[in-house]
Design a binder for this molecule. Structure first.
Ligand SMILES: Cc1cc2nc3c(=O)[nH]c(=O)nc-3n(C[C@H](O)[C@H](O)[C@H](O)COP(=O)(O)OP(=O)(O)OC[C@H]3O[C@@H](n4cnc5c(N)ncnc54)[C@H](O)[C@@H]3O)c2cc1C
Length: 465
């Protein structure tokens, strides 16, 4: 590994401003949103074309230099962190929208386009890119594809995988592969493109993508519902599936989340009847005809399962309802030492699972506050624990490791997943066996060796070879 020779060869085709070596820059680009890792990259390179990405990967193979593909670094699993002198390859300068095709409809773009920009571009063409989440102002399309991102609209539109028509990738070997379909039908053997979606930068670097669009949901109603327990939340979910044709999101959060968001962001709980230990449900649904009270049959059907039901079709009020859910992550993050988990469970087991988590925290983690929220319509719950900054950091880490083991044991018992949306990266690597069988992991390793035989791309992420 001759880093100086590698840099010299890089400089033969990259401009000075495409290579950053300053310590401050390297520290900044070595981290994503996880706080658990020591940043330690060696430099950052900013290719401007697929050809440059290819040349960088070929050189990295020649000199055996590890590369970390980097998007907006909004990931929560340590997938984009550099801890071992890796070269960070940022796609952020490959940010051109290339084409709009009204017949599919779809937009083709480079991997460094910011998610929000793609959503806005779709809107300009009177269409909608339905993958959306609170980090869409900073995350990049390549990172979204590499993590198979989810978000609040999965219940209606599915994860990002459903919206990828084609991708171009540079494999770990340095080949450029075009799974470049605008084809709707293509039954010609294995769909290799799917392997790269959600592969967290371990098989190839995504350089371009064709992303499908859909119609903009026009009129919507947002319900904010309070329920006395999680079992009632599930009854609301069942009834909503029965009565509402187009549910755009079904989100849930507990009373600790509501109280924290209200206190941190100076908001007022909109319910007059505020009991502690209640659950809040946020549902957005499309409406197709003007009714004085939308989905009255749904509201009637949950009379026995809800304490109060608020609803609105007015933009500003709907936005206000959404804030109670969308501001939770930030409110927790600004309140002390916190630990996050993003897990999923078959929906039918969620009530019992949540009781088990509460018992665990009440019995063994008394100086932590539990915040439960997430995409309940997808069985996806964010389990957050918060404690004071006064707690010793090493003690905190030890306790959270123990908590994770207990949590993942429960998840295994219920056939759930230790990572619903955020991926495995470095953070969840030690626990992959809780969700995947040894045979599956062996197959994944074999696939990695085919596309990246020198283990150049994101080595040590998801699993060790
Ligand atoms: C406030 C907040 C809310 C969030 N909400 C959600 C949510 O609701 N749903 C959800 O799914 N996620 C959510 N996330 C997590 C995160 O935003 C997503 O995982 C997002 O898709 C990551 O995109 P990124 O560009 O930031 O990728 P990065 O963090 O830069 O990278 C993520 C992984 O992809 C790899 N990678 C990046 N670019 C490429 C590329 N071009 N080719 C190959 N590999 C690449 C990296 O090596 C890494 O392994 C949230 C994050 C925050 C901060």
């Amino acid at each position: 590994m001759d880093f100086e020779a590698f840099l010299k060869d890089l400089s033969s085709f990259l401009d000075k401003n495409q290579i950053l070596l300053e310590k401050e820059d390297v520290l900044f680009y070595s981290l994503d949103r996880t706080k658990d890792f020591e940043p330690n990259g060696s430099c950052i390179v900013f290719p401007k074309s697929t050809e440059e990405v290819q040349k960088i990967v070929l050189l990295a193979n020649q000199y055996k230099i590890p590369l970390v593909p980097s998007g907006g670094r909004t990931g929560y699993s340590g997938g984009a962190v550099a801890t071992n002198q890796e070269v960070i390859i940022s796609l952020s300068k490959m940010n051109r929208i290339l084409e709009f095709d009204a017949t599919l409809p779809a937009i083709t773009c480079e991997a460094g386009v910011i998610t929000k920009h793609l959503q806005e571009k779709a809107k300009e063409h009177h269409f909608y890119f339905p993958v959306d989440f609170a980090s869409s102002y900073s995350s990049l399309i390549g990172g979204n594809i590499a993590t198979n991102a989810g978000g609040i609209r999965v219940i209606r539109y599915g994860p990002l995988r459903n919206w990828v028509s084609g991708i171009e990738v540079v494999t770990g070997k340095g080949e450029v592969l075009n799974f470049w379909g605008k084809l709707i039908k293509n039954n010609t053997g294995y769909d290799l493109k799917q392997l790269f979606i959600g592969s967290e930068g371990t098989l190839g670097i995504i350089t371009k993508a064709t992303l499908l669009l859909t119609q903009i949901p026009k009129n919507t109603v947002v319900f904010l519902i309070s329920c006395k327990n999680f079992s009632d939340v599930l009854e609301c979910l069942k009834e909503s599936k029965h009565h509402i044709k187009e549910i755009l999101c079904f989100e849930v959060f507990d009373s600790s989340c509501m109280e924290l968001v209200c206190s941190k962001h100076q908001l007022t709980n909109p319910f007059s009847n505020v009991a502690s230990d209640v659950w809040y449900v946020l549902i957005e649904a499309e409406i197709h005809q003007e009714e004085e009270i939308p989905y009255m049959d749904f509201i009637n059907s949950i009379a026995d399962f809800s304490i109060d039901v608020l609803y609105s079709t007015t933009e500003s009020i709907k936005k206000g309802f959404f804030r109670f859910r969308e501001d939770i992550s930030e409110a927790v993050a600004m309140s002390g030492r916190f630990h996050k988990n993003d897990i999923s469970i078959p929906i039918s087991y969620m009530d019992q699972f949540i009781k088990n988590i509460k018992d665990l925290v009440n019995q063994h983690y008394k100086d932590y506050q539990l915040f439960l929220f997430g995409h309940a319509g997808d069985g996806n719950i964010h389990v957050n624990l918060l404690t004071s900054y006064e707690k010793d950091i090493n003690q905190f880490k030890k306790e959270m490791q123990e908590f994770d083991l207990q949590l993942y044991g429960m998840i295994k018992h219920y056939n759930g997943s230790i990572s619903a949306e955020h991926g495995i990266g470095l953070l969840k690597k030690p626990y992959l066996l809780y969700t995947r069988s040894p045979e599956e992991i062996e197959y994944m390793k074999s696939i990695k060796k085919i596309f990246d035989p020198n283990n150049i791309l994101n080595p040590g992420k998801i699993f060790d070879l």
